[in-house]
Design a protein around this ligand. Structure first.
Ligand SMILES: O=C(O)CCC(=O)C(=O)O
Ligand SMILES: [Fe+2]
Length: 350
């Protein structure tokens, strides 16, 4: 973990290991057991207000989130302070980082390069979803603000939306990752599409220069604005990149294809028939496809995976569907309204 840690909502917090009060190392990832995690980072444990700490503990319990504390205090100094706060040795979990190995980065302010703790915050609360991704950070009145917000916040990122779904068919190996793009960013991209020159693309070098007329009819806008290209790439790299390592054991260096906003309308009869994304010599280095719905006020337009029992996937706005470029897939017809999707590919660097 570096000082340049990115803690924007959706970013994945890298794992770290620190000793607890018993001096034994614990990995942060061990705190994740299916529930959101509230991480309280505090430079000096003796400076923590016992009432506020008690309130935060109670709120975390009510919200069924796991509370973890990281402090810059040494174990010998932390132990009596911990007792005073009314906590038990292991409940909640306290991790000590007197050398500031991770603390400095966890308390650093908004992307600024920090030269030690003096420039960072003294206290911060970071709420993470069950997949170790940032849901929100609280920097001012950190404990009180987190105590107030934790209930609804935890519910908004809980990973139990599929609990009623019992799969009894083959399942396409597609990773659906929520909250990759913020609602405002989705809107910006749709505006860009509306402003830009989006043509019915028949032939496209993106698809290996084959005649696409029978295969695809969509209205595409290729993002050429450097700021927007970077804004898209950063989000994909920070939010999807770590998942590729975790889920698919893909830890190669990568680059991206052009980022393209595809649009399919019901009245335009737009479609994308079954294809693979890495079939041409020019596309053979594509590893993973990203299809990210920018809106959800349409019907139809699901991703279909014919090799895997025809499973249909329709992620909510802002969520990405990520899958191997070798999988056969199609986009079913949009039957009402207009669908906008950001599509791109992770390419393996040679
Ligand atoms: O519209 C989509 O979500 C998928 C598009 C697609 O398959 C592609 O761009 O290769
Ligand atoms: Fe595709």
């Amino acid at each position: 973990m570096t000082n340049m840690l990115s803690l924007r909502p959706g970013d994945r917090l890298p794992d770290f290991a620190l000793p607890g009060l018993d001096g034994k190392l614990r990995k942060f990832v061990w705190s994740f057991g299916g529930a959101p995690v509230t991480l309280l980072v505090v430079a000096d444990l003796t400076a923590l207000d016992p009432t506020q700490f008690g309130d935060l503990r109670a709120a975390c319990e009510r919200a069924s989130t796991t509370l973890v504390i990281v402090t810059g205090s040494e174990i010998a100094r932390a132990a009596p302070a911990w007792k005073k706060l009314g906590a038990e040795p292991e409940q909640p979990l306290l991790l000590c980082d007197p050398k500031g190995q991770y603390l400095t980065a966890l308390l650093a302010q908004g992307g600024a390069v920090s030269f030690g703790q003096a420039m960072g915050l003294r206290q911060r609360v970071i709420v993470l979803d069950p997949n170790q991704r940032v849901a929100a950070t609280f920097d001012t009145r950190a404990l009180a603000a987190a105590t107030e917000a934790i209930g609804p916040l935890a519910d908004s990122v809980r990973a139990n939306g599929g609990a009623d779904l019992l799969l009894n068919t083959a399942m396409a190996p597609v990773l659906v990752l929520p909250r990759v793009f913020e609602p405002d960013f989705c809107t910006q991209l749709m505006r860009l599409w509306a402003k830009g020159d989006h043509k019915d693309s028949g032939v496209s070098s993106r698809y290996g220069n084959v005649d696409m007329a029978k295969l695809k009819r969509t209205e595409d806008y290729m993002i050429v604005e450097p700021m927007m290209q970077k804004a898209v790439s950063d989000r994909l790299a920070y939010r999807i990149g770590p998942e590729l390592t975790k889920v698919f054991a893909f830890d190669r260096e990568f680059t991206f294809d052009a980022h393209v906003v595809l649009s399919y309308s019901a009245e335009g009869g737009h479609f994308f028939a079954a294809h693979r994304d890495n079939g041409a010599p020019t596309t053979a280095d594509r590893a993973f496809a990203v299809s990210l719905n920018l809106n959800d006020d349409f019907e139809g337009g699901e991703l279909v995976f014919p090799e895997y029992a025809g499973v249909r996937v329709s992620p909510p706005a802002g969520a990405a569907a990520v899958f191997s470029c070798a999988l056969l897939h199609a986009v079913g017809p949009v039957t009402r309204g207009r669908r906008y999707a950001l599509t791109t590919f992770f390419r393996q660097k040679r």
